[in-house]
Design a protein around this ligand. Structure first.
Ligand SMILES: *[C@@H]1O[C@H](CO)[C@@H](O)[C@H](O)[C@H]1NC(C)=O
Ligand SMILES: *[C@@H]1O[C@H](CO)[C@@H](O)[C@H](O)[C@H]1NC(C)=O
Ligand SMILES: *[C@@H]1O[C@H](CO)[C@@H](O)[C@H](O)[C@H]1NC(C)=O
Ligand SMILES: *[C@@H]1O[C@H](CO)[C@@H](O)[C@H](O)[C@H]1NC(C)=O
Ligand SMILES: *[C@@H]1O[C@H](CO)[C@@H](O)[C@H](O)[C@H]1NC(C)=O
Length: 436
């Protein structure tokens, strides 16, 4: 078993430096590291990344990051909870009638810090903070929404047997028809983060934005006990039905954008929902389930394919409980089990196998912007694979490590990513306008 663990640790690149002094740049290091823990580095960078749209500020994040011990999830939660509580208190102490912009900007940061505080908690699915921190996140974000130049509003859109929580941001007060982006996140973040990742940049360009969350994602999982479903069109189509009733939405300039695992979910929905002018996958994923299985050592794959749940669960759980296991790996399992509402890795992996675009790829109309991150922490070349299957329906774009935008889902370089994506979308909207 000892050997097995070693092999596993090696294969999935799981080693974490226990202390700062053992921290040395690895072959995959391409920028200054914010933690010796690869997963923590990425998450802190993700938090820092929203600074360009007001979701964080640099000194605040770096001060919290300084208190975090590599590999110690509780220290991560503590550092961000302290920061979030502090910033929330600052916002609450201000009079919003006198200082509306100050309150809005402060609450935006508090909300994002609560998301970071929650991030590593899901290994214990009954931890009450999973709910309490999210309440605070949403409460703070609500305040900010109400103080935008055109206030954003939360809408719950009825779907078949559940509702889709959305936030609608109208680009301007008048009802001139404008391009509109439907934006969804992925495996973990909330739609509040999506505002900072993509929504803000679209609003700056005078486009309407609607963000949404489907089953398995942040608030449907918490408040409707819903786990992920592969039939993502069941989530997206009701959202499109809703926006088509709004006078300010130009029906010839609609785009669907998926961030992170949303890079699988968005193309899946687009196979059935054909009202979009264009689809954007940041980054593209073709077969999430099969490739997750293939990233495991062969013993694990053999146990899974043999249908030996007891053995597969024992193998995964053993690695999960190994103190030196990487935060990235432990978190991926914790979050997966929580999102699919199970405690059995076998059940989770079984459900994941349905997350492949193979049966529906021919139904996607395109054009699809397929992003790929050159230095993706979680996937390798997944966008290239999707683009290959889409053929001339895809516009493939590799985000480059050398320019600082090679991280998963554009983390750390949203300004550059949005410039590339939004300029491409603008072209698509304009050529569509010429056709109609
Ligand atoms: C970098 O990669 C090379 C070749 O794959 C390997 O021999 C070396 O040990 C690696 N170095 C580190 C610091 O991981
Ligand atoms: C999970 O959290 C609950 C509530 O805080 C606690 O009672 C329980 O002991 C925790 N379980 C584990 C395994 O840590
Ligand atoms: C946020 O606002 C929505 C309505 O826009 C409301 O239903 C919800 O309860 C609010 N959440 C919090 C935590 O205040
Ligand atoms: C699962 O694997 C274990 C260990 O190899 C074996 O003892 C057990 O019989 C297997 N169970 C099934 C149902 O095949
Ligand atoms: C996978 O999809 C098929 C066809 O929709 C369905 O019958 C099956 O139950 C799904 N499997 C899981 C584990 O969700």
């Amino acid at each position: 078993m000892k050997l097995l663990s070693k092999v596993f640790l090696h294969l999935v690149g799981l080693y974490i430096g226990a202390t700062a002094t053992t921290c040395s740049p690895s072959n995959t290091t391409t920028m200054v590291q914010l933690s010796c823990d690869e997963g923590f580095h990425f998450e802190i960078l993700r938090s820092l990344a929203t600074a360009s749209s007001g979701g964080s500020d640099i000194g605040e994040v770096l001060t919290a990051a300084y208190k975090i011990t590599p590999g110690d999830f509780e220290s991560y939660t503590a550092a961000y909870t302290e920061l979030a509580d502090h910033v929330l208190a600052q916002g609450k102490a201000l009079d919003a009638r006198k200082y509306p912009v100050s309150v809005r900007d402060t609450m935006f940061r508090a909300a994002m810090y609560y998301q970071s505080a929650d991030f590593y908690l899901h290994g214990n699915q009954s931890d009450p903070r999973i709910l309490s921190l999210w309440e605070k996140l949403q409460g703070a974000f609500n305040v900010s929404l109400s103080l935008l130049p055109v206030p954003g509003r939360r809408v719950n859109i009825q779907a078949d047997g559940f509702y889709v929580p959305c936030i609608y941001y109208k680009a301007a007060a008048d009802n001139t028809p404008r391009p509109t982006l439907v934006i969804g996140g992925g495996y973990d973040g909330g739609q509040e983060e999506v505002y900072h990742q993509v929504g803000y940049a679209a609003l700056q360009r005078g486009w309407n934005v609607i963000s949404y969350e489907g089953p398995g994602q942040a608030s449907p999982r918490r408040y409707q006990s819903l786990s992920f479903i592969p039939e993502w069109e069941k989530v997206v189509t009701p959202v499109v039905d809703y926006i088509t009733t709004l006078p300010e939405v130009d029906l010839d300039a609609l785009a669907l954008v998926g961030v992170s695992f949303g890079g699988w979910l968005a193309p899946r929905a687009a196979a059935f929902e054909h009202r979009f002018t264009a689809v954007v996958a940041l980054d593209g994923i073709y077969d999430f389930g099969p490739s997750t299985l293939q990233s495991l050592p062969s013993e694990f794959q053999v146990a899974f394919k043999a249908g030996n749940a007891t053995l597969f669960n024992a193998l995964i759980n053993k690695v999960r409980e190994t103190p030196s296991v990487s935060s990235k790996f432990r978190w991926s399992i914790d979050q997966g089990l929580w999102s699919w509402d199970t405690t059995s890795p076998f059940e989770w992996m079984t459900a994941l196998q349905n997350y492949t675009l193979a049966p529906v790829i021919d139904k996607i109309k395109g054009p699809v912007f397929v992003g790929d991150a050159q230095n993706d922490l979680f996937f390798s070349n997944s966008g290239e694979v999707l683009a290959k299957h889409l053929g001339d329906r895809a516009y493939y774009y590799q985000f480059k490590t050398a320019y600082g935008d090679g991280s998963h889902a554009g983390v750390g370089a949203y300004s550059l990513q949005n410039q590339i994506v939004m300029d491409w979308l603008k072209q698509k909207f304009q050529s569509r306008a010429c056709q109609v």
